[in-house]
Design a protein around this ligand. Structure first.
Ligand SMILES: Nc1nc2c(c(=O)[nH]1)N[C@H]1C(S)=C(S)[C@@H](COP(=O)(O)OP(=O)(O)OC[C@H]3O[C@@H](n4cnc5c(=O)[nH]c(N)nc54)[C@H](O)[C@@H]3O)O[C@H]1N2
Ligand SMILES: Nc1nc2c(c(=O)[nH]1)N[C@H]1C(S)=C(S)[C@@H](COP(=O)(O)OP(=O)(O)OC[C@H]3O[C@@H](n4cnc5c(=O)[nH]c(N)nc54)[C@H](O)[C@@H]3O)O[C@H]1N2
Ligand code: SF4
Ligand SMILES: [Mo]
Length: 751
């Protein structure tokens, strides 16, 4: 165990402190957990952990009430028929029920009629076991995760440009950088401890550290900016191309680096030169001078560090957006050196581990690809299965899986550690998918959730800190989470559930893991000789502290940065430029739906609130969702601050109070996505969002769709009578005139 002290002051008898890692965001802060008589009583930051040096944010500080609330899932449950009750059963009872249905479905429709949908909040070990089960033993690559909604555009861009996935930079670079380009990331709220480091760096830097923030909203992150580019949503590629255009024109390109270490510059250069700053300014809705300024700062910076997250990734142009950022670094040679580089901030605590272990429908462990015959052969050998058993066809990605369920092509889905009935775009699709499926298995630590309401089988999972395993944070740092408490009822660690199922379905040897360490030791063999080599890493080493990958036992440490030898992971060691071009999002505003809806997070809630929703202190700050609207758009619609409004898209409706604020760009509105239908049918903003995807990464466009916003009309008794008697509808007689939408509205600056 990781006991760090037996602190014994008055009233603190028997209090012992154990090390762990925060189960929320990808910053991956080290925690110290105070335990007395087997119960968690205190949480503080681990001063020795290099992600946070003892600091934590409010979400972690309020973890304790989220561990044992009344709605923990305690026992396996099965519903024999749709519409029937979920009844408690044993683990063998529940898993043999699943096995029976899988067998029937596979016999009738083939292996690809089943699918798994997992999560970046699983430990690496749990990911590994389920991935092995699906891809190695059930014959389907339909194992995808919510990382598809989160990181997949960054993954595609890194792979295309640098030859493999994996952020090159590290947190220490924050203290060294002299320019921060923060794009599509509300770091202050979503990666708060990383943000504090940026803030400190900026305030402490005698040599000056400038901050550029690219975000259609004036977020708390943007408050730190020397230059805030409040672009129209979806126009980032135009902006970054224009920055590159200015850098070319002003001689700010590192020609020698480009010539020696990259390929494809000519075409990227041509593409950028088509984006004069004036042209980008009109598309992005920001000033030409600001674009030129941003380019000069970037081009002249010695150590520019680019941080990005969902405003970039969650877009039908997500891969292009991320590539355009990477191009800026390749063109200026600002990569592989201390203090600079492209650095995507991962959202979930182990989204990185998921990528490493092959937790997406096109991947195999160790950054291998299902489509690559040599990769399949290596993995098959290590799994002890025939090569033919691993299908060469990539499985269905997250949204595709739900589309296939709704269309009846996939018949069964096993959902693990994610709540798609809140977090997926276009919730009506999810509703159809889960109703039409013949079998829905939900493995969650809580019940009911919006998703488990659809379940035929509920499998109770241990959650933090009842589970053991490793997680990798944004800077490739692996931390061991020890098991610090017993799970309630009969809940099991996720990997144990997968292993039990594997053994029950006749693969006793392949799933004979005795503990999570045995899973880790099997997984790490897949990394030998790969960019993420941790084949020499052990739990024993991790108990002494976290390490970055790649790791070498000889050094006892990992690599702080990637590509320091300026050799990239491509066959010739060169990085590849990809020309990028701006294209319109999938659904642009029009007369009927004149505003852009963008969605995201708030400081004190985590995703679908199954955990943070149980911490009274966190709920207090934001008990309800809301709609941020620009004053001009609000005035045009007859909306005042605090008024209840309905937001509609072609797919659904949402109701909340308006927050009229100049902090959002004109033409767009913002709604947090944490609330699901269980909290009120019209509180779920994903009723409205669009499931268009990036063609390369498959990531959904959760940051852009067309909506209209109007005041909620209060019906009087007379309206009721009029409506029933077919008299003029309220919508025509009152709301229509009030909103004044009759004038055609231009769809922002979008082309
Ligand atoms: N408090 C809290 N923290 C979290 C989470 C949480 O649920 N709550 N979740 C974690 C996870 S999984 C993730 S993925 C991260 C996400 O972290 P972030 O990406 O920082 O969070 P979001 O609020 O989704 O979106 C970031 C910003 O993108 C902006 N944006 C929207 N459209 C565009 C655009 O077209 N271009 C640009 N440049 N910006 C745009 C939005 O205005 C928003 O401010 O947070 C992690 N941390
Ligand atoms: N509109 C809109 N939608 C979005 C986004 C957005 O910005 N806008 N962001 C997207 C992104 S980036 C993400 S990452 C997703 C997140 O979306 P989800 O993954 O759906 O969100 P969570 O609430 O984190 O879901 C985790 C589930 O796992 C359960 N759980 C917690 N710990 C454990 C455990 O140890 N084991 C098991 N088995 N279960 C556990 C929780 O109770 C919860 O039900 O949302 C996406 N959806
Ligand atoms: S910043 Fe992220 S990892 Fe750190 S304490 Fe807060 S939620 Fe946890
Ligand atoms: Mo995420």
């Amino acid at each position: 165990m990781n006991s760090v002290s037996g602190l014994g002051s008055r009233g603190m008898e028997n209090l012992r402190w154990e090390k762990s890692c925060c189960p929320y965001c990808g910053v991956g802060c080290g925690l110290r957990v105070g335990i007395r008589d087997g119960a968690l009583v205190k949480i503080k930051g681990d001063p020795d952990h290099p992600a946070n040096f003892g600091e934590i944010c409010a979400k972690a500080a309020h973890l304790i009430p989220t561990v044992r609330p009344a709605d923990r899932a305690l026992y396996p449950m099965v519903r024999d028929k749709r519409g029937g009750e979920l009844r408690r059963t044993s683990w063998p009872g529940a898993l043999s029920y699943v096995a029976r249905h899988f067998k029937r479905i596979i016999a009738r429709h083939g292996s690809n009629a089943i699918g798994f949908y997992g999560s970046g909040q699983l430990t690496t070990e749990s990911y590994y076991v389920f991935n092995k089960l699906a891809k190695g033993f059930l014959g389907t690559n339909n194992f995808d995760t919510n990382s598809r909604l989160c990181m997949s555009s960054a993954v595609s861009a890194y792979t295309l440009a640098l030859g493999s996935d994996g952020p090159a930079a590290c947190y220490e670079d924050i203290e060294l950088a002299d320019l921060f380009l923060i794009a599509g990331s509300n770091t202050a709220w979503c990666h708060p401890i990383t943000f504090r480091r940026i803030e400190k760096r900026k305030l402490a830097a005698r040599d000056g550290a400038q901050v550029i923030v690219v975000d259609p909203r004036r977020t708390e992150t943007a408050d730190l900016a020397d230059l805030h580019l409040a672009i129209q949503p979806g126009t980032d590629v135009a902006l970054f191309n224009a920055m590159l255009c200015v850098m070319i024109r002003e001689g700010l390109i590192d020609e020698e680096f480009v010539a020696s270490h990259t390929r494809g510059w000519e075409r990227a250069r041509e593409a950028a030169l088509r984006w004069e700053p004036e042209r980008a300014a009109s598309v992005c809705g920001v000033g030409t001078r600001d674009i030129v300024q941003a380019a000069r700062w970037f081009g002249n910076a010695k150590r520019p560090l680019s941080l990005w997250s969902m405003g970039i990734n969650q877009s039908s142009a997500g891969t292009s957006k991320a590539l355009a950022i990477i191009n800026l670094h390749l063109a200026s040679g600002k990569i592989g050196k201390p203090g600079c580089g492209p650095f995507s901030l991962t959202g979930q605590p182990n989204a990185m581990g998921g990528r490493e272990v092959g937790g997406m429908a096109h991947l195999l462990p160790g950054y291998r690809h299902v489509a690559n015959p040599a990769h399949r052969a290596e993995v098959a050998r290590l799994w002890g299965v025939s090569e033919k058993q691993i299908s060469p066809a990539p499985g269905l990605s997250a949204v595709e899986l739900f589309e296939a369920l709704a269309a009846g092509r996939v018949k069964a889905v096993w959902i693990i550690c994610t709540n798609p009935a809140v977090s997926m775009p276009d919730l009506d699709l999810v509703d159809r998918a889960l109703r039409y499926a013949e079998l829905v298995v939900v493995q969650d630590s809580f019940h009911p959730t919006d998703t488990s309401l659809y379940a035929d089988v509920v499998l109770p999972a241990a959650q933090w800190p009842e589970k053991e395993g490793v997680m990798t944070n944004s800077e490739r740092r692996i931390t061991l989470l020890p098991k610090l408490a017993e799970p309630p009822g009969e809940a099991l660690d996720d990997w144990e559930i997968g292993a039990l199922f594997g053994r029950m379905t006749g693969n006793s040897e392949a799933f004979a893991f005795v503990d999570s360490e045995a899973v880790f030791d099997e997984y790490k063999r897949f990394t030998a000789g790969t960019p993420l080599d941790i084949s020499e890493l052990t739990y024993e080493r991790l108990r002494r502290g976290p390490v970055q990958w790649p790791y070498s036992a000889r050094d006892g440490a990992g690599a702080a940065r990637l590509y320091t030898d300026l050799k990239f992971n491509s066959s010739d060691g060169r990085a590849q430029f990809h020309p990028t071009d701006h294209r319109s999002p999938a659904e642009v505003p029009d007369r009927e739906f004149p505003l852009i809806l963008t969605t995201g997070r708030i400081r004190n809630q985590w995703h679908t609130m199954t955990r943070t929703g149980k911490a009274p202190a966190l709920m207090k700050a934001a008990p309800e969702p809301y709609v941020e609207l620009h004053p001009d758009d609000a005035a045009a619609a007859g909306i005042t601050d605090g008024r209840f409004v309905e937001v509609r898209s072609r797919r659904g409706m949402f109701v909340a109070q308006a927050r009229v604020t100049g902090e959002i760009t004109r033409g767009a509105c913002f709604v947090p996505f944490h609330w699901g239908r269980m909290s009120g049918a019209f509180k779920a903003i994903n009723n409205l969002t669009h499931r268009a995807r990036d063609p390369i990464s498959g990531q959904a466009e959760l940051k852009f769709c067309a909506v209209n916003v109007r005041p909620v009309t209060v019906w009087s008794a007379q309206d009721e009578v009029d409506a029933l008697s077919g008299a003029t509808s309220v919508a025509e007689s009152e709301t229509g005139s009030e909103i004044g939408w009759d004038q055609p509205q231009e769809g922002g600056e979008i082309e």
